[in-house]
Design a protein around this ligand. Structure first.
Ligand code: SF4
Length: 328
């Protein structure tokens, strides 16, 4: 790890001023950043500790939804009574994502901003356009088992590694962002992460000096909420494919089908055409195939990860079957 200086932000304004400076990174739980610093993937001159600027509350919103502060830990979120009763898909996704020790430190904001676990990105001896623009992408013709099959570019095929954001995408949660000079804006989780395109180093829409304040969930939904994560081993591992599903049924037909996918792309993947295909129809293998055809029509494997395409189809079938049964 390279030497760095440490400053503690006392207020939101102070945090924005510190993190807006070149060479400064914000640190909260540090569960991803400290690993990257030890590997010399991240070499900040200064760390700005934002743990004391507030935004750790989990509270009801006026419309019956829930606001989860950026600095609420993943443990606090999963044990919150309203998360457990009204948004179980979120609790399930977080519980599938990491060990208890990590959940005790990891925060909402940090979880959203975590970086890819691509082997070439975390190994500074390897080419990686994300870490070193223009150096090439080692994964495209290399070790790509965990890599993306949707939304890739010829610059980068990395995946967003998290679970929490997949559930937040299915829930259509909103990210509340504070900017310099007291500016605030709201971005849907579905639009928060970027595809790699020609700028694979840009992973989300945060600008310098901006910070996540909270994530807000809509009023509770009825029906079944599932999170299924397929991984190489049953203990903690990143998803090969994961699916967050919020399904409502009425008189044997889908009336709601909000789905989001992890492990497939540089962002949690949400395709609105799936709900359009499913809603109004009764569950059947043919219907699930139609949804999978749409989801995967542009999917492209890179050798080692070709298996993800049929795996996603099978997992989607299984999730829709189970959710339809539970929601009936
Ligand atoms: Fe780097 Fe992306 Fe290629 Fe991985 S897939 S080596 S993160 S450019």
């Amino acid at each position: 790890m390279r030497p760095f200086s440490y400053q503690r932000a006392r207020t939101l304004q102070n945090a924005g001023d510190l993190t807006g400076a070149e060479g400064t990174l914000a640190i909260a739980g540090g569960t991803n950043l400290l690993d990257l610093m030890k590997l010399q993937v991240e070499t900040p001159e200064t760390l700005a500790d934002i743990n004391r600027v507030g935004f750790a509350e989990i509270e009801d919103t006026a419309d019956g939804g829930l606001s989860i502060g950026a600095l609420a830990t993943n443990t606090e979120t999963t044990v919150h009574p309203r998360v457990r009763s009204d948004y179980p898909v979120l609790a399930r996704a977080i519980l599938a994502g990491a060990t208890q020790q990590l959940r005790n430190k990891a925060t909402t904001g940090g979880n959203l901003c975590q970086r890819t676990r691509c082997f070439y990105f975390t190994n500074i001896d390897q080419p990686c356009n994300k870490r070193e623009p223009g150096s090439g992408c080692g994964a495209i013709k290399g070790i790509a088992k965990l890599h993306a099959v949707l939304g890739t570019s010829d610059q980068c095929i990395a995946t967003y590694p998290g679970d929490m954001a997949v559930a937040l995408s299915a829930l259509d949660a909103q990210v509340q962002i504070a900017g310099p000079g007291g500016a605030e804006r709201t971005v849907a989780v579905r639009d928060f992460h970027c595809l790699p395109g020609d700028t694979p180093w840009r992973e989300n829409v945060l600008e310098p000096g901006e910070m996540i304040q909270a994530v807000t969930l809509p009023p509770p939904v009825r029906g079944a909420q599932l999170y299924r994560k397929v991984r190489e081993r049953s203990s903690y591992a990143f998803a090969l494919v994961s699916i967050a599903a919020i399904i409502e049924m009425n008189e044997g037909k889908f009336t709601r089908a909000d789905l989001a996918f992890g492990g497939l792309a540089h962002k949690p993947w949400h395709d609105p055409r799936l709900a359009e295909t499913l809603v109004g129809n009764a569950p059947s293998s043919e219907l699930f195939d139609r949804a999978a055809d749409l989801l995967l029509e542009d999917a492209q494997g890179f050798g080692e990860n070709d298996f993800k395409i049929p795996l996603t189809r099978r997992t989607l079938h299984a999730v829709l079957e189970q959710a339809a049964e539970e929601a009936a």
